[in-house]
Design a binder for this molecule. Structure first.
Ligand code: NAD
Length: 325
């Protein structure tokens, strides 16, 4: 059945991919964002440029009952944006206001299923000190102690969505994303995350050269390609399971290993220089037991497959930039 769908944050990385995916299923999609997607035109039927912190704008764009709503808009960035402390007030204010406004407008229109994207950044920092054994099971979230204000806002908003479900009978679905990466994502604007940053550094260095890595590189993470993230988001939204549930890869690697894998894909020998910089928690990995149990599905593609297509895309961007100069 053709659905009417709203995607908030449709100009962003995951949102623009999601719009494309929903359009490929034949639905009518309205996208909303402060900006159009950066790297290719939007696939949305209708795209509203505006600020979701503005209540009257939000009421204007929620002008009907949408069958599905995906709320991905947030003030967001990589470690260089989230962990320095310099953007804390902005991050909390902006994202909380977006969620407060959007939820209230959806309630008034009695909208259908509402997906909210939380983040693994909401897990307690104590559970992520051992790089070999991080604990990111969904039920380990409390007592809460995220390591960033970004994580605290996500936790607050998870509770906000759950409260609207409880008190207003709304159908909400919540996922905690773990490091999503892929083509058409930030790669050089200061908001890029580790996979894109490593792909750019490796693409730009000559064979046998040296690249800078923040910290000692032994912190661990897992990275999920955006195509599998979308699969999880859509399966969860259309399921009976509310969440919160992790959507991430459980193929954990160190940052040093990530660099080595990108270098191997590029066919280059690359040396690492470890420099001081924001690194976040020591270890984080997606725990996929709950998603497997509740949805009968979990991400399964290998990190190298996603890295290959992402490296290819970033290399093209780097080369195009060099031609520009
Ligand atoms: P993104 O920054 O590319 O997309 C977010 C979009 O929200 C941007 O296009 C931005 O312009 C828009 N936005 C911000 N403030 C707005 C406002 N006031 N009004 C309208 N639009 C506004 O980020 P992304 O990687 O696509 O992430 C999407 C969601 O997933 C975010 O909520 C993010 O916190 C969450 N998430 C992402 C990851 C990841 O690894 N990418 C990990 C955990 C959680």
């Amino acid at each position: 059945m053709k659905k009417t769908i709203l995607v908030c944050g449709a100009g962003g990385f995951i949102g623009s991919h999601l719009v494309k995916r929903l359009k490929s299923e034949g639905h009518w999609v309205r996208g909303v964002d402060l900006k159009y997607p950066r790297y290719e035109p939007t696939s949305a039927d209708d795209f509203a440029v505006g600020d979701l912190r503005d209540q009257s704008f939000v009421r204007d764009i929620v002008d009907r009952r949408f069958d599905e709503v995906y709320q991905l808009a947030a003030d967001m960035g990589g470690a260089g944006f989230v962990f320095t402390g310099e953007n804390d007030a902005e991050i909390m204010q902006n994202s909380a206001m977006i969620n407060l406004n959007v939820l209230e407008a959806l309630r008034r229109r009695n909208c259908g299923r509402v997906f909210y994207s939380s983040s693994a950044c909401m897990y307690p920092q104590e559970n992520q000190v051992d790089p070999d054994n991080p604990n990111c099971a969904e039920d380990s979230a409390y007592p809460a102690h995220p390591d960033s204000e970004y994580g605290w806002e996500k936790l607050f908003s998870e509770r906000l969505y759950l409260a609207y479900a409880r008190n207003h009978g709304m159908v909400v679905r919540i996922a905690r994303f773990h490091n999503i990466f892929g083509e058409l994502g930030s790669w050089s604007d200061g908001r890029e995350k580790a996979p894109a940053a490593m792909c750019r550094k490796v693409a730009m260095v000559e064979d046998g050269g040296t690249i800078d890595i923040w910290g000692d590189g032994s912190q661990t993470r897992s990275f999920l390609h955006v195509s599998e993230c979308l699969e999880g988001v859509i399966r969860l939204t259309r399921s009976d399971f509310v969440g919160p549930v992790n959507i991430g890869s459980d193929e954990m690697v160190t940052i040093n290993e990530l660099v080595d894998r990108v270098a191997a894909i590029a066919g280059k020998t690359v040396h690492k220089r470890h420099i001081p910089g924001p690194t976040g928690v020591r270890g984080r990995n997606s725990d996929n037991r709950l998603i497997r149990e509740k949805l009968g599905w979990a991400p399964s593609t290998r990190l190298d497959d996603g890295l290959r297509s992402t490296y290819r895309w970033i290399l093209q961007q780097v080369e195009a930039k060099m031609v520009d100069r």
